[in-house]
Design a protein around this ligand. Structure first.
Ligand code: XLS
Ligand code: CA
Ligand code: CA
Length: 438
C-alpha cells in the first residue's frame, strides 16, 4: 500500500514551476569531479519526519498521519517503516538516521524493549534490501524517559548510568546490524541546572567512562562505523556538557578519546551557542574531527531549538564551503534533523520541506565549489597572511626566535602598516557568486 499520493521527485531545473520537483538538486550532476549525490549524502531523520505530531508547549498534535492510525504500537512502528522508506525512495534520499525509540516503542522492561527492536529491525532490513537505502547513523534516546531526569551517564544515580550503557549497547548492535556507518552520541540530558546540587567533576568523568566503554564495545562487536559526538549548548539542560565543538574537542583530549570520536555538527546548535554554522564546521575541520552534519536551521529571533528545514542559501553556501575544504564527507552526510512547522500538517508538506532543504544545499554546493575553484577567498587569505612566509613571521613559525629576539626586532623595526580586511568587498563578491552561479 502507498501512503503518499505523490510520485517520485525528479530534477527539473531552476525554470521549473512544479512544486514537487527539484530545481537545483540533480543527483547525477558532477561538481568538482563527484556527483551531487556523492557530495551531499542526504539523510532523513526518522524522529522529526515520522514521529513528530506538531505538539508544542501550548498545544497538542496537529499532524495526524495515516501510518499512525492504529492503536497497536508495533503495527504503528511497522507502518512507519513502510511509510518512511516509501518517502525516502520518492525523495531520492539515500540514507536515514534513527534513535532506538523512534523506530520501536519501549516495552514494559528492557528485555521486551530489545525484543521489539529486533522485530522492527527485521522490517527495516527488508525495506533496505528492497530500496538500497542505507543507514547513516543510529543513536540512543537516553533523555525522554523519566529515569533520565538527572541525566543519563551523568546522572547522580549510578543505576541510571548502568541502564544508559545497556541501552547504548543494544542501539550499537542494531546500528551495526543495519550497516550504519556512524553512531551518534548527543548528550540529551548530559548537563545540569544548578551547581548547588551538582558534582560536575564526577559527572564529566562518568561521561568519559561511558564513552570509553562504547569504544571498547564497538571493537568487541566489530562495529567499524565512526563514533560521533553532537555538540549542543543548552536545551534540555541549562548547561550542556557538550556546549560546542571547541568544548567537545577539549573534553575528548582531556579524556584521551580524541582518536576515537569525530563530530556531528548541527546548524541549529551552532546558533544556540552564538556561533555560526560555518564557525562550528571550521573549528571541527581545523582540529581534524569534522565528520557529519545535522542540516536544520534555527531562527535567530528564537532562543530555542526550532529544527527548521534549511532554506537560507547564504548559510548552505558557507557550510558547503567548509565541508569542501574539509575534503567533503567520508562516512558522514547531511541529515535533515528538521521538522515541518506545526501549521504545515499535510503529508505533502514533508515533500516540500525536503525539496526545499535539498535544493538549498545543492545550490550551496555549486556556489561553494565555484568559489573554491576560483580561489576567491583562499587567494585573498594567502595574501593577507603573506608576512608569515618570510622574514620575522617565518622565523616565529620555525621556532627560531623567542621574546628577547622579538623585542630586539620590534625595537629596531617597529611594525609595518596594516592592510584593510576588505570584509564588505568579500561579502559583495560572495553575493555575486550566490546570485550568478548557475
Ligand atoms: C537534539 C538533537 C538530537 C540528536 C540526536 O537537539 O538534535 O535530535 O541529533 O539525538
Ligand atoms: Ca541533531
Ligand atoms: Ca536539534
Amino acid at each position: 500500500m502507498a501512503y503518499f499520493n505523490v510520485g517520485k521527485i525528479e530534477y527539473e531545473g531552476p525554470q521549473s514551476k512544479n512544486p514537487l520537483a527539484f530545481k537545483y538538486y540533480n543527483p547525477d550532476e558532477k561538481v568538482m569531479g563527484k556527483t551531487m549525490k556523492e557530495h551531499l549524502r542526504f539523510a532523513m531523520s526518522y524522529w522529526h519526519t515520522f514521529t513528530y505530531g506538531g505538539n508544542d508547549p501550548f498545544g497538542g498534535a496537529t499532524i495526524n498521519r495515516e501510518w499512525d492510525k492504529t492503536s497497536d504500537p508495533m503495527e504503528k512502528a511497522k507502518n512507519r517503516v513502510r511509510a518512511a522508506f516509501e518517502f525516502m525512495e520518492k525523495c531520492q534520499i539515500p540514507f536515514f538516521c534513527f534513535h532506538d525509540q523512534d523506530i520501536s516503542p519501549r516495552g514494559a522492561n528492557l528485555e521486551e524493549t530489545n525484543k521489539r527492536l529486533d522485530e522492527i529491525v527485521a522490517v527495516i532490513k527488508e525495506e533496505m534490501a528492497r530500496t538500497g537505502i542505507k543507514c547513516l547513523w543510529g543513536t540512543t534516546n537516553a533523555f525522554g524517559d523519566d529515569k533520565f531526569v538527572h541525566g543519563a551517564s551523568t546522572s547522580c544515580n549510578a543505576t541510571v548510568f548502568a541502564y544508559t550503557a545497556a541501552q547504548i549497547k543494544k542501539a550499537m548492535e542494531i546500528t551495526k546490524e543495519l550497516g550504519g556507518v556512524n553512531y551518534v552520541f548527543w548528550g540529551g540530558r548530559e548537563g545540569y541546572e544548578t551547581l548547588l546540587n551538582t558534582d560536575t567533576a564526577l559527572e564529566l568523568d562518568n561521561l568519559a567512562r561511558l564513552l570509553h566503554m562504547a569504544v571498547d564495545y564497538a571493537k568487541e562487536i566489530g562495529f567499524t562505523g565512526q563514533l560521533l559526538i553532537e555538540p549542543k549548548p543548552k536545551e534540555p539542560t541549562k548547561h550542556q556538557y557538550d556546549f560546542d565543538a571547541a568544548t567537545v574537542i577539549g573534553f575528548l583530549r582531556k579524556y584521551d578519546l580524541i582518536d576515537h570520536f569525530k563530530l556531528n555538527i548541527e546548524a541549529n546548535h551552532a546558533t544556540l551557542a552564538q556561533h555560526t554554522f560555518q564557525h562550528e564546521l571550521n573549528i571541527s575541520r581545523i582540529n581534524g574531527v569534522f565528520c557529519s552534519v545535522d542540516a536544520n536551521t534555527g531562527d535567530p529571533m528564537l532562543g530555542w531549538d526550532t529544527d527548521q528545514f534549511p532554506t537560507n542559501v547564504y548559510d548552505t553556501t558557507l557550510a558547503m564551503y567548509e565541508i569542501l575544504l574539509a575534503g567533503g564527507f567520508t562516512t558522514g552526510g547531511l541529515n535533515f534533523d528538521s521538522k515541518v512547522r506545526r501549521g504545515s500538517f499535510e503529508d505533502v508538506d514533508l515533500f516540500y520541506a525536503y525539496i526545499a532543504g535539498m535544493d538549498a544545499f545543492a545550490k550551496g554546493l555549486k556556489v561553494a565549489a565555484k568559489l573554491l575553484e576560483d580561489g576567491v577567498f583562499e587567494k585573498f587569505k594567502e595574501e593577507r597572511y603573506a608576512s608569515w612566509r618570510t622574514g620575522i613571521g617565518k622565523d616565529i613559525i620555525d621556532g627560531k626566535v623567542g621574546f628577547k629576539e622579538l623585542e630586539e626586532y620590534a625595537m629596531k623595526y617597529g611594525t609595518t602598516p596594516n592592510s584593510s580586511g576588505r570584509q564588505e568587498l568579500l561579502e559583495s563578491i560572495l553575493n555575486q557568486y550566490i546570485l550568478e552561479t548557475k
